[in-house]
Design a protein around this ligand. Structure first.
Ligand SMILES: Cc1cc2nc3c(=O)[nH]c(=O)nc-3n(C[C@H](O)[C@H](O)[C@H](O)COP(=O)(O)OP(=O)(O)OC[C@H]3O[C@@H](n4cnc5c(N)ncnc54)[C@H](O)[C@@H]3O)c2cc1C
Length: 438
């Protein structure tokens, strides 16, 4: 529970961490709230999954809980002057190969929403937006979900702006690489130690380190001898490749008013959702690939888990040829032959933390008092930026509604990942090897 003497150390300044800091400092203006991140909030390049040119902000979920929360977040994106400049209501065009569209529409009705959301037959939908998606992959598509209320947000810009607001309100920001969590003699968490040896202490330590979370917990388990700290099967670090193409002037004119596009595959097709976003103001068009990979490596002698590459920038800009090829294949699922000569300007590997169900973990850690986990965006966490802090603070204060306590618990029965198309489908090192000669 929070009290006058509570202090908060938040490790990780992505959307989970920053949203928490923003809620806490508004609720407790005199509290000590500190964000600790290896990258400065205004750095030119960051490893955070939350730091990106743009991210989809949609409320088109067939899971009713995330549908409700996404609508709540989207309302803030549309109305709050702090968030509003970053949101672009372009709509979403979603190819559905299951009953996804009808499920989403039913949820919106049940939640009393009157948004402009419809399902159209393929033949009708592909004529929309000047036939922009006429060359897309429609194999097995049942219908197209069009939600004109959804869109995208300038992710890096919003992260910087909200962090800056936190600092104005009194949050401290420490740039440091965290080496381990710190504990008292009874196993309670008392704070953290940085790689340079600095110790920071607080009554509440919140781990919001995204893809690095399992590694930090491994290091902390080894240091403290408390093996219950390890993430085990709960969290997996995984990467995906994004690519950006520079559109020429006339191409930009054609694509500038496009909606966000989603290819919705099912477990049978063995592909994740593949999305493409409207061009940035500089005319760069982004989409992502279909390979979602783990990177299993030895993070301590004898301890092998998936972890981003052990360099300061996770080697995120060193994208090998086979992953660039994945980007070419994904491009063709949207734009077909017209895109063959597009000039690729950027490739990035982006790392996030996953659970088998893609549910977040927002929970006290059961192996240590004073320690809390708030992460596992599972490739869909950004859009909840405006509301994550509210729910994480409710968790800290024991006020989270029972349904969310259960859904986001550290300890819970988790279904396996077989129905989760977003779950990692390969191991990074296997993707980098030339095809075997049989
Ligand atoms: C390619 C891609 C596309 C996506 N598209 C969308 C989308 O369109 N819409 C959407 O809603 N979501 C999307 N997501 C998901 C979303 O970006 C993530 O779920 C979300 O940003 C995760 O936030 P986070 O705060 O948990 O982690 P992060 O944003 O990764 O932040 C973690 C922070 O912890 C810091 N850190 C880690 N370890 C340490 C340490 N030891 N010491 C100090 N600091 C540390 C890192 O520097 C980082 O800043 C996408 C993800 C990816 C990868």
């Amino acid at each position: 529970m929070a009290s006058k003497t509570s202090s908060y150390l938040i490790i990780g300044a992505g959307v989970f961490g920053v949203s928490t800091a923003y809620t806490l400092i508004q609720k407790y203006p005199n509290a000590s709230v500190t964000l600790v991140d290896r990258d400065a909030y205004d750095a030119e390049s960051r490893v955070a999954a939350s730091w990106d040119w743009n991210k989809v902000v949609r409320a088109d979920y067939d899971d009713k809980v995330y549908c409700r929360l996404a609508l709540e977040a989207q309302d803030i994106f549309k109305s709050d002057p702090l968030w509003q400049p970053h949101f672009h209501q372009t709509g979403v065009y979603w190819t559905c190969r299951s009953d996804y569209a009808q499920n989403v529409i039913n949820h919106h009705k049940d939640l009393g929403r009157n948004d402009d959301i419809i399902a159209l037959p393929v033949a009708e939908a592909r004529k929309l937006y000047g036939g922009l998606f006429d060359s897309a992959d429609y194999t097995g598509v049942k219908e197209i979900l069009i939600n004109r209320a959804s869109g995208w947000a300038a992710a890096g810009d919003s992260l910087r702006a909200i962090t800056k607001r936190c600092l104005e309100l009194g949050v401290k920001y420490v740039v440091a690489d965290v080496a381990t969590l710190e504990f008292d003699g009874r196993g309670s968490c008392t704070g953290l130690k940085t790689k340079s040896g600095q110790i920071l202490s607080a009554t509440h330590t919140i781990v919001a380190t995204g893809a690095f979370t399992p590694t930090l917990l491994e290091w902390s388990a080894a240091k403290s001898g408390n093996h219950g700290l390890r993430a085990g099967e709960r969290i997996v670090a995984a990467g995906i490749t994004t690519g950006m193409a520079q559109l020429k002037k006339e191409q930009y004119a054609k694509f500038k008013d496009m909606p966000v596009g989603f290819q919705g595959y099912t477990p049978e097709e063995g592909k994740p959702f593949i999305g493409t976003l409207p061009p940035t103001k500089d005319g760069e068009l982004k989409w992502w690939g279909s390979k979602i990979f783990t990177n299993t490596r030895e993070v301590l002698p004898g301890r092998h888990i998936s972890s981003p590459p052990p360099t300061h920038d996770y080697n995120q800009w060193k994208v090998p040829g086979p992953l660039k090829q994945d980007i070419v294949e994904a491009r063709n699922l949207w734009y077909g032959p017209q895109s063959a000569n597009w000039e690729m300007t950027k490739h990035r590997i982006c790392w996030d933390a996953f659970t088998t169900t893609s549910d977040f973990i927002i929970s006290p850690h059961s192996a240590s008092k004073g320690l809390y986990i708030a992460t596992c965006g599972s490739f869909h966490g950004y859009k909840f930026f405006p509301v994550l802090g509210k729910y994480i603070t409710q968790m800290l204060e024991g006020e989270l509604e029972p349904e969310l306590v259960e859904k986001w618990a550290w300890d819970r029965q988790r279904p396996d990942s077989s129905q989760n198309v977003e779950y990692p489908n390969s191991e990074m090192k296997h993707l980098l090897q030339p095809a075997a000669k049989l």
